[in-house]
Each structure stands twice: as structure tokens, then as C-alpha cells.
Design a protein around this ligand. Structure first.
Ligand SMILES: Nc1ncnc2c1ncn2[C@@H]1O[C@H](COP(=O)(O)OP(=O)(O)O)[C@@H](O)[C@H]1O
Ligand SMILES: [Mg+2]
Length: 349
């Protein structure tokens, strides 16, 4: 059994099936994310682990112990929410000390631990401040310090960055990951933001409508999505409609080579996933057989890249070309060849 284990966990609220037949195995020290659109059951999953709500069916084990019926305070789990939830009438120091005071720790030990926690989250010297004197990012650091100081076995983070502005979010992503690594605490991170999940996680469970669709490393989830839903939810994707042939896919009048068939049989209607950055775009050439040829329908300059909308076989796909002088700039209307490694494409049923 792994460190955290959900076995056949289902939760319904009246007629709403929030989480359905959930099986998850999370290893000790892992940074594990639950990723999916709003309402897919992420927070419900986290709350069941924290003990705030009880599963309708199924069991949850931590460290081999069945915790399904334990109250929250008997579980060794810390949780940080989206809205900072720090006490406004208390100093930062007292906020962080709160859980230690409750546990009856002596004052010298509390001072030592809180000071260490403040240093750990980069807020040394901020102990006497109040919530109103902190930025959003600093408040979230206090919320995290308040949980870490108790040294729980498991850290749960429920969309902790979603109230922050974009720049702060970017910064906090790396910061949280670094803290997690240095502390080594088993962490379950809930987010609807694919870039957060890809950046921080050891593994990701992608959820939709109460179900886990795929579990894998960021690389696996991005490069080998197992469904159209995941291909479209994570990253940008072109899904070219085609028909499965023998080791090839027929797209309009073209037949393009593929890597693995992804379980599709000849004759199946399939989609070929091609990421915009995996496609090489060149002026139409006779030298090298292109995988597909097409026509530039539109071009957008975006600083670091040029984004082309290309018409191929009556369908439209997006191609991203790094903005480099050695790469072709192609005007609207240009006839073009498209190349890619067959292994970088994915066949989806
Ligand atoms: N306490 C509750 N009572 C009734 N329905 C709820 C409750 N909590 C969550 N739900 C419903 O369960 C589903 C999953 O919710 P939630 O786990 O909060 O999703 P997420 O965190 O992925 O956005 C949603 O349809 C939501 O409306
Ligand atoms: Mg939620």
C-alpha cells in the first residue's frame, strides 16, 4: 500500500456525484496534483482526506492506517486554502504560533519554531506585522508557515495561488515547489491551472466530472494524453480529424505516418494530436516529402514566437515558430510544407 491511498472512494451530495470511484496511490514525499476544471471534484477529494467530509463509500488509508472515520484533528494533515484565512487581529508571529500554543508547547520552543518558520518562508523580520500590512503573496506565505510549523505528515494546498496576480503566481509556483522539496513533505496540490500543475508536480491526476482520467508525470500527461479531453485541457493542441489506415492516418487526401496507434484499428475515426511547437513550417518544397502541405491563413507576431494559422486538407491548425532570424517568416497566403516527428504526434480515439 502506498503512503496515501484512496480505494473506491465516492462522494455524493444529494443527486450530485462529486467524486466517483476514486482510486489514488500517492507516495511519501511526492508532490501530487489534482488538476481539472472547476466543479470536477478536486476540493471534495482534498476535504475527504482532511476529514472535513466523509466519503459516501470507499476507504482512505494513510501510512497503512485506515483514517476514513477519524476526525480532522486526529489526522496529521495541514491544509492551505485559496483565501489566506489568517487571523487579522493577530500579528504574523501569533498567527504562526497559533497551532503550537493550542498544542500547549512552551514559549521558548514556540519562539524558536516560529522564528525558523518565518525564515523558511522568507518573512524573517515580519513577525510583528498584521494582515493589512502584507501583500497577497506574503499572506499566503504566512498561511503556509502556519501549517508547516506544526510539521504535519501531509500538506494539502487548495488553489493557493488563485487569488494572486499573474506575476506573483509565477514566483510562488517555484517558491512553493522549492519549500516542498527542502521539507520533503508529502503534498497534494489542487488546481485548475495546467501550468501550475506541470511546473510543480512529480505526478498529476487529471480529473473531469468526478473521475480521474489519467495519472502520470507532467511529461506523460502533456506528451501522451490518453483522451481528447486531456489533450485540449492541457497545453495548446491541434486535433486533426482523420481515419486510421495501416500504420498511417488518412487526413483528407494525405496519408501521414504515425508513432503508436493508441489502440485504434484501421477504419476508426480518430484525431491526430499535434502540438503547435512540434511542427516545423517551411516554404513549400520539392526536396523533402512533407508530412502535410497547406496554406498560411493568418500570422500573428507574439514577440518570442510567431503563431501561424495554417489550412491543411480543409482543417485549420496552429503552428508556433520561435522568433529567430534563421527560421522562415511566411506571409499570409504562402504555400507551406509541414514536418514533425511521428513520435511527437498522438493518435486519439
Ligand atoms: N457541500 C456541498 N453540497 C452540495 N454540493 C457540493 C458540495 N461541495 C461540492 N459540491 C458539488 O460537488 C461537485 C464538485 O465540487 P468541488 O469538489 O468543489 O469541485 P472543484 O474543487 O474541482 O471545483 C460540484 O458539482 C459541486 O457543486
Ligand atoms: Mg475547489
Amino acid at each position: 500500500m502506498s503512503f496515501v491511498d484512496f480505494q473506491g472512494v465516492t462522494k455524493s451530495f444529494g443527486k450530485t456525484l462529486a467524486v466517483e470511484e476514486l482510486n489514488l496511490s500517492i507516495e511519501q514525499g511526492e508532490f501530487f496534483s489534482l488538476l481539472g476544471p472547476s466543479g470536477c471534484g478536486k476540493s471534495t477529494t482534498l476535504r475527504m482526506l482532511a476529514g472535513f467530509i466523509a466519503p459516501s463509500t470507499g476507504r482512505i488509508h494513510v501510512h497503512g492506517r485506515d483514517i476514513t472515520d477519524l476526525p480532522p484533528e486526529a489526522r496529521d494533515i495541514g491544509i492551505v486554502f485559496q483565501n489566506y484565512a489568517i487571523f487579522p487581529h493577530m500579528t504574523v508571529f501569533d498567527n504562526i504560533a497559533f497551532g503550537l500554543v493550542e498544542r500547549g508547547m512552551d514559549r521558548t520552543a514556540i519562539k524558536r519554531k516560529v522564528d525558523a518558520a518565518l525564515e523558511q518562508v522568507g518573512l524573517g523580520g515580519y513577525g510583528e506585522r498584521y494582515e493589512r500590512e502584507l501583500s497577497g503573496g506574503q499572506k499566503q506565505r504566512v498561511a503556509l508557515a502556519r501549517v508547516l510549523v506544526i510539521e504535519p505528515e501531509i500538506l494539502l494546498l487548495d488553489e493557493p495561488l488563485s487569488a494572486l496576480d499573474k506575476k506573483m503566481r509565477e514566483e510562488m509556483k517555484f517558491w512553493i515547489k522549492n519549500i516542498q522539496k527542502s521539507v520533503g513533505i508529502t503534498t497534494i496540490y489542487v488546481t485548475h491551472d495546467q501550468s501550475e500543475a506541470l511546473t510543480m508536480s512529480d505526478r498529476i491526476a487529471v480529473m473531469n466530472a468526478g473521475r480521474v482520467l489519467q495519472i502520470g508525470s507532467p511529461v506523460e500527461i502533456y506528451e501522451q494524453p490518453n483522451s481528447r479531453f486531456i489533450a485540449e485541457f492541457i497545453g495548446e493542441s491541434n486535433l486533426l480529424a482523420g481515419r486510421m489506415g495501416e500504420g498511417r492516418i488518412e487526413i483528407g487526401r494525405s496519408a501521414v505516418p504515425i508513432g503508436e496507434a493508441g489502440g485504434a484499428s484501421p477504419g476508426d475515426e480518430v484525431a491526430l494530436l499535434l502540438r503547435p511547437e512540434q511542427i516545423r513550417l517551411e516554404p513549400l518544397s520539392q526536396d523533402e516529402a512533407p508530412k502535410l502541405s497547406g496554406r498560411v491563413a493568418d500570422e500573428v507576431y507574439q514577440g518570442s514566437i510567431r503563431r501561424y494559422l495554417v489550412e491543411v486538407e480543409g482543417q485549420r491548425i496552429t503552428v508556433e515558430v520561435p522568433n529567430r532570424p534563421d527560421l522562415a517568416q511566411l506571409p499570409k497566403g504562402a504555400e507551406v510544407s509541414l514536418y514533425w516527428h511521428p513520435e511527437s504526434s498522438v493518435v486519439l480515439r
